[in-house]
Design a protein around this ligand. Structure first.
Ligand code: ACM
Ligand code: ZN
Length: 728
């Protein structure tokens, strides 16, 4: 721990915008100001009374309940101002929405809030100022509940701090949905996009269209049946639970694509009327809702009406992503509609539906939102909110057409991508590169002003890996809870990074200071029985001296210990304990893990090979070694998902490194799943490498890509080398 404090001392000295008082701040996301005043602390006792304005009674009750298990007390809640903990609305003292002022001194706790959300957030800051056990179920000794004297003033920079959970590809129990909302609330996230409709399942009960859940919520048959749905009572319970916590639950009714589950229940919704089955594997259907069919449009109207009755949210999300229009092009009803409207392209029909729905919603006082396609495929006249899931910079175009945007980028905020490429990460999405915690923290989000069109940021957790993931779906029958733990592994700590990006203005954000505060948050996650990815140890210093390398590490989880190896082997919890700098001959000889408990520890910190000398050849994609080289021409297949990143021209280069018997290379095929989309022949290059060039014209995000090449060793199999892929 001495090392940690030494490292933090340097960090804080260079962090710039944070003044000295703030270095005592334990809170994530970082408040505007937070100062411990050095006075005597306030001690909670069994006699503490929580007094609140009438409007804040739900939040006061929430606090009493939150404290009940860890303290064993049932703190009284009263209307008014006579209590040691006092919650008041004061929109003059606290002018910003969701803002609060929090004062703690020996005699009591005072909260002034702009609104109920602000009061709730003050209580989160209060709890994060107490020991981590305050979040747990276990009753602790009464002496623990001392809150340091402090003054904090706070309000969010952005009005949109979101989280999307894909409960369509994998059905999460209602209790897990509520746990997610609870965790969002702890980190002051306020918009929950409930993605509960997709090709693989319809999970919202409808009274008017009961087959949506009788049929559309289930895949497989008999004892292998998987799925589930939320009843209308479940939804009311979730919405009310979220409301106390300042979280708006936004339903996502996906159309025109990603709606196969409804088409299975009511085949007349699609252009062909064909009967399908709810897929058991991840699948993006080409069967869209048929806008040329008035009955299908009436369905949409009815479902949206029923949805609005259940969800009081300002926003209604209509999905809208990834539609491929072949069915519309071939459909007589859709063609007739196109003729009537004077459309030349089927894609214009998507804009046509979006416009209609946006107008219905506007008439009901709601605002339509959806993925970026809703404004990028056809012009939409009514202002809507686009969730930008690719390039944050594309918001410029969206905003110029009068719409608003939320950043939820697959390059920064999609947490079904792993944090690292280290072997040992669980099964994950692979069509984009890993998203490290630091990358998530670097989400490009301009600061907010009341006239800003970019409302904020949102994390997304897709669940298709549970559907087509090899290992996890198989064990889901045996241990349902494992999948929830798997989601939490991917979400934490990155969700806290998104929370801070959305809450804290950019000039107050510092990644190093975030890491300092984060190191104490893991104990809170433990107290809440929330799984997380244990981060690797931090390298404080790496010094080279006389051809040797000296590693100085520090823990990144408060209280954790570090274990290391120097022989290139994978460290375990029984490896030597790190107590001070370690010197090795080669960087790659050293590996270390961080151990929180004997069953919860990190992947190894390791030094990846340095491929910078090959940068001109693109990205490292595969490598061959004597054991993988066959004596006769045989297919060698490797994955290039994520490296094939769009339509265009590519060069694949084989670079021999070792061996006297070279690799014979013949025809190459490029595959999208199993479909061959390109072939190429080898060309020997002057530099001794072998290159193939090919084009990709049917790129689809979220789809795995492979390269297969006919290869063998010529006269022996001692060759090894690297394969790089470059997009030209
Ligand atoms: C998306 O990832 N298809 C929005
Ligand atoms: Zn049609």
């Amino acid at each position: 721990m001495a090392l940690l404090s030494c490292c933090l001392a340097t960090t804080l000295a260079t962090a710039g915008p944070l003044d000295a008082g703030d270095s005592t701040c334990p809170v994530v996301p970082r408040p505007l100001t937070y100062q411990t005043t050095g006075g005597e602390p306030f001690c909670l006792t069994a006699k503490t009374i929580i007094a609140a304005d009438e409007a804040l009674l739900p939040q006061a009750e929430w606090l009493s309940q939150a404290l009940a298990a860890p303290t064993g007390w049932d703190l009284a809640v009263r209307t008014g101002s006579k209590g040691q903990i006092c919650l008041r609305i004061d929109t003059v003292a606290v002018p910003k929405p969701e803002g609060y002022r929090l004062t703690v001194h020996k005699k009591g706790v005072r909260v002034e809030a702009h609104d109920a959300a602000g009061a709730f957030y003050a209580l989160q800051t209060l709890l994060q100022s107490l020991p981590a056990a305050v979040h747990g179920e276990r009753r602790c000794a009464p002496g623990l509940w001392q809150i340091p004297a402090l003054e904090a003033e706070d309000a969010p920079e952005h009005p949109w701090r979101g989280f999307m959970l894909d409960a369509a590809r994998y059905y999460y129990d209602k209790s897990f949905i509520m746990k997610c909302i609870d965790m969002m609330a702890l980190y002051k996230l306020n918009k929950f996009q409930f993605h509960f409709i997709d090709d693989c399942g319809w999970r919202l009960e409808s009274k008017k269209y009961p087959r949506l859940t009788e049929v559309g919520a289930w895949a497989g048959s008999n004892e292998k049946r998987i799925g589930g749905f939320y009843t209308q009572d479940d939804i009311r319970e979730i919405v009310a639970y979220a409301a106390v916590r300042g979280v708006e639950v936004i339903p996502e009714i996906e159309f025109p694509a990603h709606i196969l589950s409804a088409v299975v229940a009511y085949p007349w919704l699609s252009c062909t009327g064909m009967q399908h089955e709810v897929p058991e594997q991840h699948f993006i259907s080409r069967d869209l809702l048929c806008p040329g069919n008035p009955q299908a449009m009436q369905f949409l109207h009815d479902i949206l009406d029923e949805t609005m009755e259940l969800f009081p949210s300002k926003y209604i999300n209509i999905g809208g992503d990834e539609a491929v229009y072949t069915r519309w092009e071939q459909c007589p009803k859709c063609r007739a509609l196109m003729d009537r409207e004077g459309f030349t392209q089927a894609s214009q029909l998507q804009g046509w539906i979006t416009n209609q729905v946006a107008l219905w919603m506007q008439a009901k006082g709601r605002t339509v939102m959806g993925w970026e396609e809703i404004v990028m495929r056809g012009r939409v006249a009514t202002p809507v909110v686009a969730v930008m899931w690719h390039e944050p910079k594309d918001t410029t175009e969206v905003v110029s057409e009068g719409h608003q945007a939320v950043i939820a980028s697959c390059y920064y905020n999609y947490f079904d991508f792993p944090e690292s490429g280290t072997p040992g990460e669980p099964q994950h999405a692979g069509w984009c590169p890993p998203i490290s915690l630091e990358k998530a923290y670097a989400t490009p989000l301009p600061d907010y002003a009341p006239t800003s069109a970019i409302l904020g940021v949102q994390a997304c957790m897709w669940s298709d890996q549970f559907i087509h993931g090899k290992a996890l779906q198989e064990i889901a029958y045996l241990d349902e809870n494992r999948s929830e733990q798997y989601v939490e592994y991917f979400l934490y700590p990155r969700l806290m990074a998104v929370a801070e990006v959305g809450w804290t203005a950019s000039h107050l954000r510092s990644y190093d200071d975030f890491l300092r505060r984060l190191s104490a948050q893991y104990a809170r996650l433990d107290a809440k029985s929330c799984n997380y990815r244990v981060p690797e140890p931090a390298v404080v210093r790496l010094e080279e001296n006389g051809g040797q390398f000296t590693y100085t590490l520090s823990p990144t989880v408060e209280g954790a210990e570090l274990r290391y190896t120097t022989d290139g082997s994978y460290p375990t919890i029984h490896s030597p304990r790190y107590t001070g700098p370690v010197t090795v001959a080669r960087k790659s000889d050293f590996m270390a893990i961080q151990v929180v408990t004997p069953t919860h520890y990190s992947l190894p910190l390791l030094t990846p090979p340095d491929y910078s000398a090959y940068a001109a050849y693109g990205q490292m994609t595969a490598q061959w070694q004597p054991l993988t080289v066959q004596p006769m021409l045989s297919p060698w297949r490797f994955e290039c998902t994520g490296k094939v990143s769009g339509n265009g021209h590519y060069t694949l280069t084989f670079i021999p490194q070792r061996g006297v018997n070279s690799l014979q290379l013949e025809t190459l095929t490029v595959r999208k799943r199993d479909e061959i989309i390109a072939t190429a022949s080898p060309e020997r290059q002057a530099d001794g490498t072998t290159a193939y060039t090919f084009s990709v014209e049917t790129f689809e995000a979220g789809t795995p890509f492979y390269i297969e090449v006919q290869a063998c060793g010529q006269g022996g199999n001692d060759t090894s080398g690297l394969v790089f892929l470059r997009k030209d």
